[in-house]
Design a protein around this ligand. Sequence first.
Ligand code: NDP
Length: 247
Amino acid sequence: MEEGIVADQDGKVVVITGASSGIGRSTARLLAADGWRIAAVGRSAERLEKLQSELGEGVLTIAVDVAGTDAAKQIVDTTIEQFGQIDAVFANAGVYLDGEVAETDAEAIRKTIEVNVVAPLGLVQAALPHMLTRGSGDIILTSSIAGHQAIYSEPVYSASKHAVKGFTHALRQQIKGSGVRVAEIAPGVVLTDLWGYEEGDPRAKERLDVATGIRPEDVAEAVGFMLTRPRHVTIRDLVILPSAQDI
Ligand code: NDP
């Protein structure tokens, strides 16, 4: 197990979607090392179980399509049933879509919006009553640099990530003073499966060496930083880029 960044997080519960790969998996590892209990969500039961056996006790796996009608309720109910509480939601699962809009399949657009927008908003909505009743908690959504500036090659993806950022900002205002913090993390290029970089792919090092990509661990550390600020501090938006990203 990896070494954590802070040692006072024992027993807290975080729901992480997209925990079977990339940013979500790295964040699960980092937070587990800090004593968090993890509800790890993704479609691949096999990869979630692998993570569970790596991290040991305190990891609950929920293999579900986050875009399914009842998925949000299932995730929240199962987590509370198993762990009794939710301290943080990291709504991170997402898919990528680029290309000329005129040539893009309508079904691919619908699916992207469902997974990248409808699902995270629905998960937050399902977890909120519990968090508001407890008067504490953290909600972090993964947007993207494409949620901060529209990128010509990826209009649909940019739209989906702008929606996540808009939701974050408005919800933060709506529940200010409740004790529940709301934030988004906006990475540039992260060398994950999203770009065809499986864990351990030696090609990733070449990109790191020229700083055109960052590691999922870099993003996980930033999430850990956001979660561990004193309660009177909210890092509302954290943009994290490879130093040489051309953007
Ligand atoms: P990965 O492809 O490595 O991971 C994506 C994760 O999302 C997987 O765990 C996948 O699990 C899960 N997922 C996708 N669709 C569904 C679904 N329908 N239901 C449940 N789980 C799903 O990519 P990253 O880790 O890079 O991406 C994580 C987030 O970061 C995404 O929101 C992405 O848009 C965002 N992002 C990524 C950047 C990058 O450069 N990589 C840059 C900026 C933002 P499974 O396959 O098991 O379902």
